[in-house]
Ligand binder design. Structure first.
Ligand SMILES: NC(=O)c1ccc[n+]([C@@H]2O[C@H](COP(=O)([O-])OP(=O)(O)OC[C@H]3O[C@@H](n4cnc5c(N)ncnc54)[C@H](O)[C@@H]3O)[C@@H](O)[C@H]2O)c1
Length: 439
């Protein structure tokens, strides 16, 4: 399937909340018909008013009729369904025919917090759920788990007919497994974290990008001036064009995707608050973008300082065995010390602030997250700090992935050492299986 052009294809998911609202926009950018179920009327209509969601329906018949019509006409549209995602999945699973009507499926309810409002069970209305979760949480939990089992049964039926489903990093598979739903790979007897029958988006959608050092770098224009954001977009584009020429072959595709993104970001009108942007970049890309932003602040081309940062969902900042570090396969995915190394290193190398927190994205107790902010005020010190700090902030995690036996991690850290003689990272020495077998 060509993921850049999903004309005529139907995607079904749920959640129009704080982050999940982006799904509708992403589906339209890829030219798909995307249907998003949302139980909360206020959340659904907020996304529609903001333009993130194009259409809204309040009953299943109209929703399903419209999705079929739009797919037949190859329209790119986003359709909100005000109701429970399980009702929608069960209705779609009951559609006649040997081929699934839906091509792609996922879920972005807040399953990192399943029993306190992150996931609304299908047996209750939105209002009933809000009452029961407070008055009798044990009864509410039982309903959530039953709902998750029904949720997965319907998805399994559609996947048996050809739909492709993946975990969106919201702990769907983890919580469904805890609820006793049929999410395990039937060939797996050990039930390890990598043996769900559906993949996580980390492996299936993103690919091995963290090992190359790519992650969601971001910045905020403190002037709050849209013209400053437009200039930073332009600077970032110019930097990526230069970076692409010098990049390793394995990284060129990533840079191409992000060039496409940064040239279209403004027209997609994604800013709803601060004048801020996210752009996937690797270590040298982040360092170069920060340097050019700092220069533009110093020259007055940008009207105010720029804060650079990143999401916790990144190369080095987070230990989360079901998400960010689910692609660390040497058995160390369950360790929780990389995020600590990350903030200590960032703090020592000049971050304006650092944060260490728990549970980002996957739920309390499931992840440790480190984060930072660095103010680029145009000074020489800011430039030095950004170069030193971003190096550590990215390569710490690349080095770890190299040590865990990842080929991209190994190549990336070797390349970084070739470009910077002051950088010395311990690298693994692979033992041939034949030699290992002798002992
Ligand atoms: N993979 C990533 O990079 C990534 C990024 C951001 C967020 N996430 C994860 O995605 C999840 C959602 O994040 P968010 O910020 O949008 O959360 P949110 O709580 O703001 O939104 C979730 C929405 O789901 C709706 N919902 C809950 N149960 C439902 C059901 N059964 N049917 C229909 N709608 C239902 C809620 O009403 C809510 O509006 C979180 O678990 C978050 O950790 C992943």
């Amino acid at each position: 399937m060509n993921l850049e052009d999903l004309s005529g294809k139907i995607v079904v998911t749920s959640g129009l909340g704080g982050m999940s609202g982006a799904q509708a926009k992403a589906g339209v950018i890829c030219k798909a018909v995307i249907v998003v179920a949302e139980v909360d009327r206020a959340a659904l209509y907020k996304r529609k008013e903001q333009g993130w969601l194009l259409e809204a329906f309040e009953d299943l018949d109209s929703t399903v009729a419209r999705m079929k019509e739009a797919a037949a006409n190859k329209e790119a549209t986003s359709i909100g369904y005000l109701g429970n995602i399980v009702d929608l999945w069960e209705r779609l699973a009951a559609e006649p025919g040997s081929e699934a009507l839906v091509h792609l499926g996922s879920d972005q309810t807040s399953l990192h917090n399943p029993y306190y409002g992150g996931y609304y069970p299908v047996q209750l209305t939105f209002e009933e759920s809000n009452r029961l979760m407070v008055e009798d949480n044990a009864a509410f939990k039982a309903l959530v788990q039953e709902s998750l089992r029904r949720h997965v049964t319907a998805i399994n039926t559609l996947c048996a007919k050809g739909m492709r489903f993946w975990d969106y990093g919201n702990s769907f598979l983890l919580e469904a497994s805890r609820a006793g739903a049929e999410v395990w790979d039937s060939n797996d007897t050990i039930r390890s974290i990598n043996k769900f029958r559906y993949p996580s988006y980390v492996q299936d959608i993103m690919g091995d990008v963290f090992s190359l050092g790519f992650g969601p770098f971001r910045w905020v224009c403190t002037s709050s001036d849209p013209a400053d954001l437009a200039l930073t977009d332009k600077i970032a584009e110019e930097v990526l064009l230069v970076e692409r020429n010098a990049a390793a072959e394995a990284s060129k595709g990533q840079i191409d995707d992000n060039l496409l993104w940064i040239t279209q970001a403004a027209e997609n009108q994604l800013v709803v608050g601060s004048q801020a942007r996210i752009l996937y970049a690797d270590c040298s890309g982040r360092q170069a973008i920060a340097k050019h932003f700092n220069d533009a602040v110093a020259s007055g081309a940008l009207k105010g300082p720029v804060v650079v940062s990143r999401d916790h969902h990144d190369v080095s900042g987070t230990d989360a065995p079901y998400r960010e570090t689910s692609d660390v396969y040497d058995g160390s995915a369950l360790c929780a010390d990389m995020a600590i190394h990350n903030v200590i290193g960032d703090a020592a190398r000049g971050a304006s602030w650092v944060a260490i927190h728990n549970g980002g994205g996957t739920g309390w107790g499931e992840a440790i997250n480190g984060g930072f902010g660095l103010v680029l005020d145009g000074s020489v010190e800011a430039q030095q700090k950004s170069a030193n700090m971003l190096l550590w902030d990215v390569l710490n995690g690349v080095g770890r992935r190299s040590w865990a036996g990842n080929a991209n991690g190994y190549a990336t850290i070797r390349r970084a050492m070739e470009h910077n003689s002051a950088l010395q990272v311990t690298i693994p020495n692979a033992v041939s299986p034949a030699l290992l077998g002798k002992f």
